[in-house]
Write a protein that binds this ligand. Structure first.
Ligand SMILES: [Cu+2]
Length: 561
């Protein structure tokens, strides 16, 4: 008899103390109807995010690379962003690496034949014979000696996918120094934007310093199918030429008759080689007198020595290259250190039709690094030229906050003025180039006024990094009055500290707070009633089990009698 009472008390206690989240939903609904909804459950207490190992958002410009300066008689404009490219490289590629002092050349890291400039053929005051030499460099590849990749190039804190890039010919080490695994600043994603003048006699030599065959295809740039020697000149192994094998070289001949924003990329196994980073902007400028061009724009971004034609109509110019990355493809060069295994993985195991992009970059960086060096800096009442290429695997929906931009050119061809459309979302297909005119007149149409206005792919994945936001190709149009002296935009709102930590993109830091759907784990530490409930439920469920066993045992005993 007493056991029956114990059973009933235990059952009642177990029901009372059972955490409601453990009950089946129909029972919970019925209970809510009888006794009203459960008490409001307090959200877990705030946990202060601390001990963040964050990078400094805006490193100090110790070398004065951001300043406006005159080197070798070349006037180099100021770069307002936190991180600027090396002005000695700019000077050397404007004058020609064969025409500058050895001091400038050493400060640039380029070889004397990296960008050779020759005679002025049309007598208009600028060189028309240009010879560019490019190598192929692997970034974030596997190391025979170290656990981590070498020639490190981070697109965001702690994120280093493997890349191949076309790089200018350099001397010395590929890393910063003997101690550092980081790639020197001139070796980076994206491959440099190349600028030449309409009608120039251009030679581009690919010196294949890599372990795989490659070529260069000049996409949209006027060039003959065969060169003067009858050699292939289109860069396509299946129609015109044998690929440039490791350790060998080929020179491509161009004399482009049309100006415009074009593209260049490898055409060997292009479904993987182009996506590994072997691609860049190729800009043909209109022929003008005294048109000394910045032949290479390392990492794209601001053009610090714009062409004469651009100066006529615009206050500033930016090169913007978008690229998305499938980490499954890009990590192959980190997981395997033998070219034979890399070839097997990349060309036989990897299936691009199953590809899914994880990283989204603008000029080789993802947010928050884009805020260091890929911002579009403006002042009120300016006209800015943006040359945009989508080097990625699918279209982008480029959206400008606070501004409506005008598409002036598609694929290097001018849109007739009457047909030009001003808009705030521009669709850019794969490999497409658009030239945009950004006007900062505060008229409520072209601009809504000064500020820090986002500029990004409006497709949701474009603003993420491995599925975590904010990330991806998020950048901004920033008015100089919103820029601190060090080049960091004066944002207000949330702290950037989490975004500058590796932990954020490893998904180790909650966006706001973690939430435990069982309602037990997080509450147990802070909510004593939940703890009592858990203990009570345990005690009564234990008693219930004991009562059941006792009852069964008694029944058996009775039967045995
Ligand atoms: Cu290639």
């Amino acid at each position: 008899m007493r056991v029956r009472w114990l059973f009933l008390i235990a059952l009642l206690g177990a029901l009372l103390f059972m955490p409601p989240t453990w009950l089946p939903e129909p029972v919970r609904l019925q209970l809510a109807q009888w006794v009203g909804a459960g008490e409001y459950r307090r959200p877990p207490a705030s946990v202060r995010v601390r001990d963040l190992d964050s990078e400094v958002p805006c490193p100090e410009d110790l070398l004065g690379w951001r300043d406006a300066q005159r080197i070798e008689g070349v006037d180099i404009r100021r770069a307002a962003t936190c991180i600027a490219d090396n002005p000695y490289v700019v000077a050397a590629v404007v004058r020609g690496t064969n025409n500058v002092s050895s001091a400038t050349l050493i400060a640039s890291g380029l070889t004397p034949d990296a960008v050779e400039k020759g005679r002025d053929l049309d007598g208009d005051g600028d060189p028309d014979e240009i010879h560019i030499r490019l190598e192929v460099v692997e970034l974030n590849g596997s190391s025979a000696e170290l656990a981590n990749p070498v020639m490190q190039f981070s697109i965001a804190p702690g994120i280093q996918p493997g890349f191949w890039v076309f790089a200018p010919k350099t001397f010395g080490m590929a890393t910063e120094n003997f101690e550092s695994p980081r790639a020197r600043t001139i070796l980076r994603l994206p491959s440099p934007a190349i600028r030449v003048e309409q009608g120039d006699k251009i030679l581009i030599t690919l010196e294949n310093s890599h372990y795989m065959p490659h070529t260069i295809h000049f996409h949209g740039v006027d060039h003959p199918f065969l060169d003067a020697d009858g050699e292939g000149n289109d860069g396509v192994p299946i129609t015109s030429e044998i690929p440039v094998m490791p350790g060998s070289a080929r020179t491509y001949n161009l004399e482009p008759r049309q100006a415009g924003t074009m593209f260049y990329h490898c055409h060997v196994q292009p479904h993987v080689h182009v996506m590994m980073g072997l691609q860049g902007l190729f800009i043909v400028e209109e022929n003008r007198p005294n048109n000394w061009l910045q032949t290479l724009n390392i990492g794209a971004g601001q053009v610090r020595v714009p062409s004469q034609a651009v100066r006529e109509s615009f206050d500033r110019e930016y090169d913007l290259q978008y690229l998305d990355i499938d980490k499954e493809l890009n990590e192959i060069v980190q997981r395997y250190n033998d070219p034979r295994l890399i070839i097997e993985q990349m060309h036989r195991r990897y299936d691009v039709t199953d590809a899914k992009s994880d990283y989204f970059t603008l000029n080789g960086r993802s947010f928050p690094y884009t805020f260091r060096e890929s911002l579009v800096i403006v002042k009120p009442d300016e006209r800015i030229k943006l040359r945009v290429v989508n080097g990625g695997s699918s279209g982008i929906a480029l959206h400008s906050h606070g501004h409506k931009v005008t598409v002036t050119h598609f694929d290097g061809i001018a849109v007739q003025p009457a047909a030009r459309i001003t808009r705030d979302v521009v669709w850019i297909a794969s490999a497409q180039r658009v030239d945009l005119a950004l006007e900062t007149t505060n008229d409520g149409l072209h601009s809504y006024g000064s500020g820090v206005w986002l500029l990004h792919d409006h497709q949701p994945k474009g603003v993420t990094t491995d599925g975590i936001g904010p990330g991806g190709n998020l950048s901004a149009i920033v008015y100089e009055q919103f820029l601190a002296d060090n080049g960091w935009p004066n944002t207000s709102g949330v702290s950037f500290a989490p975004y500058f930590s590796e932990a954020y993109y490893k998904k180790e830091i909650p966006v706001w707070q973690s939430y435990d759907p069982t309602g037990l784990l997080t509450a147990a530490g802070t909510d004593s009633w939940a703890l009592i409930r858990l203990v009570g439920a345990g005690v009564f469920l234990g008693s219930l089990a004991a009562a059941l066993v006792l009852m069964l045992w008694r029944k058996r005993g009775n039967r045995a009698k």
